[in-house]
Each structure stands twice: as structure tokens, then as C-alpha cells.
Design a binder for this molecule. Structure first.
Ligand code: ADP
Length: 496
């Protein structure tokens, strides 16, 4: 029952059975409250009345004369034996002269006297009255009371001034009686129809439940396969919108997992490669010193020192990046003067730029607002950008540090531009990836060679400040790296 398929099937069947039961109950109630057809009752009364008339005629035949009292006695016997109510009323007005139940007093008008012309067959009349005492509606058949023998034709007919009414109470159907009738007439065919309905709906429900459950089963199987390491799972994006959305999200997820695994593999490969090179160099030179195989142990020691420093830088970068990505590296926020920041960073490179014959310029707006940020980390970003710019700019070039306030987004833009070789368009979007280097071999100063982590770290730091970083470049003319930082922490909702 825990399977979605069984649950759906069960709920469909339950719905159908409940619906059928409600329909059955409603039919029963309607059946119960429908008016009882009076036709049969009138017919029964009519038969009894005709029988009574025959009896009266017989009595009249046998005796010389049948007086009203005798006739009444006969009728009374008929009424008693057939459990009918017998009334004799005056024709006009309709007043009671005799009531076998002795409920309506003599000379009282017949209460709620109504003729039902549809069932009247002259001289007989069919109709109803309501007994005020028991509140029952009585159906009656009445006919003129002529106890005498038929008169000879030449005598004027006697006024038909009396009517004899034979009455029975209109039946009040009880629920059990209704059920009984209902049962005989309807329940059996209804159960049969219901069974057919249930059968058809079970088949339909099974089909519908399967169509709903199938994509979920497929997704579950594919997810299990992904968990088992088979990342090539793709779900067909078809069916209802929700299923399509699920399939799309699933496919997106597996692609992302695949990409992340690939990045992970690349990362390990890059780290091991970039560490192995200096290690090999260190090993080689130290071995040479040990074997006294080198003419200049100082030179070998310098190489070992440089390579060890490079490795140390790289390990530090890796640690920084890992901490930044996992959010473990806490920023120490304070008010930072961007002008001071740019000048400090430029100061660090002044001598080196001069030695490389590169002009280092600073171009800062007059009234730059202060920013809230971690001064050391922001300096690290700018240092990395200026370092890159100087690395990729030939002698005679210019590297410019600028600071502008962009009122439109309430942000300060710190930019580092150079007149270097530029970055090809296809690499521009990837240089912020870990270990991405446009051309590893062609870095000018092999002692200052990086590992392709600087821009990735810069991007993480800027993101942590709620800012963004991007690069613009024209090959042959130079590059421009722009760091955009919000001027207050409240507006720091942007980011890459
Ligand atoms: P690296 O340690 O190699 O400098 P970065 O992440 O700092 O790593 O930079 C990634 C790559 O982007 C560099 O290898 C270089 O190819 C390219 N790059 C960065 N800055 C510049 C620049 N100013 N001019 C040309 N290429 C650049």
C-alpha cells in the first residue's frame, strides 16, 4: 500500500465506490419521497365498491324492499370485513351523515373534500378528504346511495341526494417498505451496473495510476543509477508539464554533478602537476649538491629556494581558495578608503615597474566614497591584478590603476588597465576559473610564474564583498580588469 501506484489505484477505486454509494443513497431517498401513485388504490376501491353495489343489488332482489337502514347494515359489514371506512354524506352541501369510524360528527362538513376527476367514472366519483384527527389523507370512491329497487321508468327519478364513500388511508411508505420495493425493483440492476462501472473504472484507474507513477519510477531508477556512479543518466523530457520540469531538473542536476566531478578531477590533476614540477627541480638540485656534482652550490640553493617559495605560494593560494569557497575565511570588515588602497598597491610595485620599464599610473576621482570591506583582502585582489598586468605588459607599456564612483549603481569601480598583449575573446570568460591559464608557456618571468589561481581567488573575495569582477580586452591593445564594490553593506546584494 506504500507504493504510489497502489495508493493511486486504491484512491480511484474508493472514489468510484463512494460515488456509486452516494448515487444509490440519493436514488433511494428520491424514491422514498416520490408521491404514491393513487391510481392502483382507486382501482382497488372501485372493485370493492362494485362488489358492494352487487351485494346491495342482490339484497334488494331477495327482500321485497331494502330500506336505508338495512342497506347501511350491509355496507357496514362490507366495510368491517375489508377494513375500509364507510361514510354516507349528503350531496349538497357535503355533510357527513354517517362515519363507520365515528370520527367526524354527524352534519359536519367533510373536511378538505376534493374530487379527483382523472379517476372518476360516473356515476362513481373518486376523491380524497383529510381526517382532522389523525391528519391522514383518505382516498375514496363514492357513488349515489339508492338502496331501493330500481323504479319503473314512468316515475321521475329520485334525487340522488346521498353519496356513499368507501375510503382507505393513503399509505405513508416507511423506509423499510421503500427499501423492500427499492430492493426488488432497483437494487439488483443497480448493483449489476455498479459492478460493471467498478470494473471499467478499475481498468481505467490502473492505466492512469501507471501513467502517473511511471515517470517517478523512472526518475527513482535514474537517481539510483547516478548514486551508483553512472552519471550518464538522462530522462526523456516528455509528458505533462510537471513531469517535464522534473526530468529537466534531473538532467540539469546530473550534468552539474558530471561537471563538478570533472572539475574535481582537473583540480587534482592540476595540483599534482603544478607541485610535481618544483619538487622535481628541488630534488634534482639538492641531489646535485649532495653529490657535489654542481659547480655552483649557491646557484642550486637559490633555485631550490625559489621553487620552494613558489610551492609555498601555491599551497597558500589553494588554502585561501578552499577557505573562501567553503565560507570559512572570515572577512574583517572596516571602512576602507579606496584611494589609499590603490596608492598602497601601486607603491608596492613602483620599483618593479620601473625595473621593467613600465609606467605605473594612478587615476582617481576626487571625491570617492569610502567602502566597507576587508582592506587586506581587497589589497590582495588589486595586487594580483597589477601583478598580472605587469607580467603581461612589455617594456615601454603602461599600467593604470583607476578609481571611479558610479552613481547609477552606488558603487565604486577599481580598475587595472594595461597596454599588454590582451586576452583572446574565447579565454576571457574562463580566466576566472581555477588553474585556467591562457598560455602557460609564455609567461614572461618564469620566477614569477603563477598557477592560475590568482583570478579565481580574486573573484571569491570580491563576491564575498557583494561586488563583481569582470575583464575587458582587445588582443594587441591591452586588458582592463574592473572590480565593482558597493559603497555600503546594505546595498551589497549584487555579486557575480
Ligand atoms: P596566473 O597565476 O597564471 O596569473 P590568474 O588567475 O591570475 O593566474 O590569471 C589567469 C590567466 O589569465 C593568466 O594565466 C593569464 O593568461 C591571463 N591573464 C590575467 N591577467 C592578464 C592580463 N592583464 N593580460 C593578459 N592576460 C592576463
Amino acid at each position: 500500500m506504500n507504493r504510489l501506484y497502489s495508493r493511486l489505484l486504491f484512491s480511484y477505486i474508493l472514489t468510484v465506490v463512494v460515488t456509486l454509494m452516494v448515487i444509490g443513497g440519493a436514488l433511494l431517498l428520491l424514491w422514498h419521497s416520490r408521491p404514491v401513485p393513487a391510481g392502483n388504490l382507486y382501482q382497488r376501491l372501485g372493485d370493492i365498491a362494485r362488489g358492494a353495489a352487487l351485494r346491495l343489488a342482490e339484497e334488494a332482489e331477495n327482500s321485497e324492499r331494502l330500506d336505508p337502514a338495512q342497506a347501511l347494515a350491509v355496507l357496514r359489514r362490507i366495510a368491517e370485513t375489508s377494513e375500509l371506512r364507510l361514510l354516507v354524506i349528503s350531496e349538497d352541501p357535503k355533510h357527513v351523515l354517517f362515519d363507520s369510524r365515528e370520527k367526524i360528527p354527524r352534519d359536519q362538513p367533510v373536511p378538505d373534500y376534493q374530487i379527483n376527476p382523472q379517476h372518476s367514472q360516473p356515476p362513481m366519483v373518486a376523491g380524497s378528504f383529510t381526517d382532522p384527527e389523525d391528519k391522514l389523507t383518505w382516498l375514496f370512491i363514492g357513488w349515489p346511495f339508492e338502496p331501493d329497487r330500481p323504479r319503473p321508468d314512468f316515475l321521475p327519478p329520485r334525487p340522488k341526494d346521498r353519496l356513499i364513500l368507501l375510503a382507505i388511508p393513503m399509505p405513508q411508505p416507511s423506509l423499510s417498505v421503500t427499501l423492500q420495493n427499492f430492493g426488488e425493483e432497483i437494487v439488483v440492476p443497480m448493483i449489476q451496473a455498479g459492478m460493471v462501472g467498478v470494473f471499467v473504472s478499475v481498468v481505467l484507474a490502473a492505466l492512469i495510476a501507471r501513467s502517473v507513477a511511471k515517470p517517478l519510477q523512472q526518475t527513482a531508477q535514474a537517481a539510483q543509477a547516478v548514486a551508483d556512479g553512472h552519471l550518464d543518466q538522462q530522462l526523456p523530457e516528455e509528458g505533462p508539464t510537471e513531469v517535464q520540469t522534473l526530468a529537466r531538473s534531473f538532467n540539469h542536476m546530473t550534468n552539474a554533478v558530471k561537471a563538478s566531478q570533472q572539475t574535481q578531477r582537473d583540480f587534482v590533476a592540476n595540483v599534482s602537476h603544478d607541485l610535481r614540477t618544483p619538487l622535481t627541480v628541488i630534488q634534482g638540485f639538492s641531489q646535485a649538491i649532495l653529490d657535489s656534482a654542481t659547480e655552483s652550490p649557491e646557484r642550486a640553493a637559490t633555485v631550490i629556494h625559489d621553487e620552494a617559495a613558489r610551492m609555498s605560494r601555491m599551497v597558500q593560494d589553494l588554502l585561501d581558495l578552499a577557505r573562501l569557497e567553503s565560507g570559512q575565511l572570515q572577512m574583517t570588515y572596516a571602512q576602507v578608503n579606496p584611494e589609499l588602497l590603490l596608492q598602497t598597491v601601486a607603491g608596492r610595485f613602483a620599483l618593479y615597474a620601473e625595473s621593467q620599464n613600465i609606467m605605473l599610473k594612478i587615476d582617481i576621482d576626487d571625491d570617492l566614497p569610502v567602502i566597507t570591506g576587508d582592506g587586506d583582502r581587497l589589497a590582495q585582489v588589486l595586487t594580483n591584478l597589477v601583478d598580472n598586468a605587469l607580467k603581461h605588459t612589455p617594456a615601454g607599456g603602461t599600467v593604470t590603476l583607476s578609481g571611479t564612483y558610479v552613481e547609477q549603481n552606488g558603487a565604486v569601480e577599481l580598475a587595472v588597465s594595461d597596454t599588454g598583449k590582451g586576452i583572446p575573446q574565447e579565454d576571457l570568460s574562463r580566466i576566472f576559473e581555477r588553474f585556467y591559464q591562457v598560455d602557460k608557456a609564455r609567461t614572461r618571468d618564469k620566477h614569477r610564474k603563477g598557477a592560475g589561481l590568482g583570478l579565481a581567488i580574486s573573484k571569491e573575495i570580491v563576491s564575498a564583498h557583494g561586488g563583481s569582477i569582470h575583464a575587458e580586452s582587445v588582443v594587441g591593445l591591452g586588458s582592463r580588469f574592473v572590480v565593482r564594490l558597493p559603497t555600503s553593506r546594505e546595498t551589497a546584494s549584487g555579486g557575480q
